[in-house]
Design a protein around this ligand. Structure first.
Ligand code: FAD
Ligand code: NAI
Length: 469
């Protein structure tokens, strides 16, 4: 007799594990099926967490080499211990994935290891690496199978020399010359790690800008900051071939995106970071009739229900930004919806952060979007060069930019380039969640001296003007 569950999640990434925990908290009997050896999905195992551990460590390395002497701390030139840095990353991952396992136990969630495939609504088959197939019977199924790196046709990934992000967080030697294909979030974050540790980083980007989707003024200024750090950009270009050379290096063929003269680059490692694609292999969706959209994502309605009753989907495998916190919030929402509550995600106020140095953080509309939508907006901007705390921290790069509706003063979007931007963006996210106005922020006392005062000053710039500029 198969075990009976109320709520079965396929995939234990940020979407799946959060959905499972919320469903258990709401009184449901919950199962999670995961094919990997550890829980936590892309984010905890090979994504957010390991990349942030390396970004943190490499930033300290860079500071010890370049910033400490300015602060009156004379130390010998730092020496890189890469195995220990990778060890720090691995320990960070282990502690997080073990944390998910602990939470599953605490919430009395049953876990199955193996590939989950949907045989019919209410029935999931689990195929473990060895042993017989298990049948899980369940009232509701949630697909949270995530995404995988997109491939570049004709370029074969070996995860040693031609790598995706998975190989790029595990290189056992600092490459002398690193080629990054794609100036998106992964390319710039992992490019930063290896740039700080000594690689010469060249980024080839198809479009004529970096970070598509981010505010274009922010992207332009941020590109200059990265160039000062040693990044080289080849925008409007594409890689049309990578060949291994006899001396062990790679010869890369780069072409202008719109056609023109071909150029060859010699590099040691190439990172393919051209986006991620939804992952639905092995789920048996075609058998049960779960429809996909034109980009291979599971199609859902506003309540995460797929084309088949009793089957839901959340996270990277459905439409929307491929972000861990978006997946988590959909996980909470779908559990609440299945429990008969009014689960909901506000897609207009999902922050996104690039964890480089300085950080880039954004919420709501970009100026480009407001222009395209014909919305009458005003801009309040304040630079960190005029912020006392930033000066004390040698962190004067960047600015805060707030966009508000001319007629109502309602904040429509906010963009920060600067130290700790990823923490500071939440003040604006909460403001937007409450449909706040620029004046609400401008009249809120901010502690002095803090970097957050730059946000308040940007809000003042939407009205009568900032004090310190
Ligand atoms: P995933 O985390 O991809 O999890 C899916 C899980 O489902 C996996 O464990 C997989 O093994 C399992 N699975 C799939 N199919 C089956 C099956 N048939 N049976 C059983 N199990 C199955 N986002 C951020 O918000 N912040 C960041 O800083 C950030 N950094 C990132 C850095 C990198 C290098 C990468 C690659 C991604 C990063 N992301 C970041 C994106 C983030 O990882 C994803 O948005 C998030 O993991 C999506 O969660 P998910 O639950 O939808 O899917
Ligand atoms: P991305 O979509 O952010 O960037 C991919 C870049 O590659 C784009 O600039 C695109 O124009 C370019 N590109 C596409 N095809 C190309 C080609 N043939 N040649 C050259 N350039 C090409 O994707 P990325 O960086 O791979 O990240 C995947 C996802 O992971 C993102 O959607 C992001 O949301 C998520 N992520 C989030 C992080 C965060 O929140 N800090 C960190 C890392 C990843």
């Amino acid at each position: 007799m198969a075990e009976q569950f109320d709520f079965t999640v396929i995939g234990s990434g940020p979407g799946g594990y959060v959905a499972a925990i919320r469903a258990a908290q709401l009184g449901m009997k919950v199962a999670v099926i995961e094919k990997w050896a550890t829980f936590g999905g892309t984010c905890l195992n090979i994504g957010c967490i390991p990349s942030k551990a390396l970004l943190f460590a490499s930033e300290r390395f860079e500071e010890a080499g370049h910033m400490f002497s300015q602060l009156g701390i004379d130390i010998p030139a730092p020496v890189l211990n890469l195995p220990q840095m990778l060890n720090h990353k691995d320990e960070t991952v282990a502690s997080n994935v073990n944390g998910v396992e602990y939470l599953f136990k605490k919430n009395k969630i049953t876990t199955f290891r193996g590939i989950g495939s949907i045989a019919a609504p209410g029935k999931v088959l689990v195929t473990p690496q060895s042993g017989p197939t298990i049948t899980v019977e369940t009232k509701n199924i949630v697909i949270a199978s995530g995404s995988v790196s997109a491939n570049l046709p004709g370029i074969e990934i070996d995860e040693k020399q031609i790598v995706t992000s998975t190989g790029a967080i595990a290189l056992d030697k600092v490459p002398e010359r690193l080629l990054v294909i794609g100036a998106g979030v992964i390319g710039l974050e992992l490019g930063s790690v290896w740039n700080r540790l000594g690689s010469k980083v060249t980024v080839v980007e198809y479009l004529d800008r970096i970070l598509p989707g981010m505010d274009s003024e922010v992207a332009r200024q941020f590109q200059r900051m990265l160039q000062k750090q040693g990044f080289e950009f080849k925008l409007g270009s594409k890689v049309s071939g990578v060949e291994k050379q006899e001396d062990g290096s790679l010869k890369v063929r780069v072409e202008p995106a719109k056609g023109g003269d071909v150029e060859f680059l010699d590099v040691d490692v190439a990172l393919v970071a051209i986006g991620r694609k939804p992952y639905t292999d092995g789920l048996g969706l075609e058998i049960v009739g779960v429809a996909l959209d034109e980009r291979g994502r599971v199609r859902t309605d506003a309540h995460y229900k797929t084309s088949v009753d009793g089957i839901y989907a959340i996270g990277d495998v459905i439409a929307g930004p491929m972000l861990a916190h978006k997946a988590e919030d959909e996980g909470i929402a779908v559990a609440e919806i299945v429990a008969g509550q009014a689960g909901h995600v506000n897609y207009g106020a999902i922050p996104s952060v690039v964890y480089t140095s300085p950080e880039v953080a954004s919420v709501g509309k970009t100026e480009d979007e407001l222009k395209a939508e014909g919305i009458d907006y005003k801009v309040g901007k304040f630079p960190f060069t005029a912020n006392g705390r930033a000066k004390a921290m040698l962190a004067t790069q960047g600015f805060v930019k707030i966009l508000a509706d001319v007629a109502t003063d309602r904040v429509l979007g906010a963009h920060i380039v600067g130290a700790n931007a990823g923490e500071m963006i939440h003040e604006l996210t909460v403001l937007m969640e409450f449909s706040g106005a620029g004046e609400d922020l401008a009249r809120t006392t901010h502690a002095h001296p803090t970097l957050s005062e730059a946000i308040r000053e940007a809000a003042l710039m939407l009205g009568d003007g900032a004090i310190h500029i």
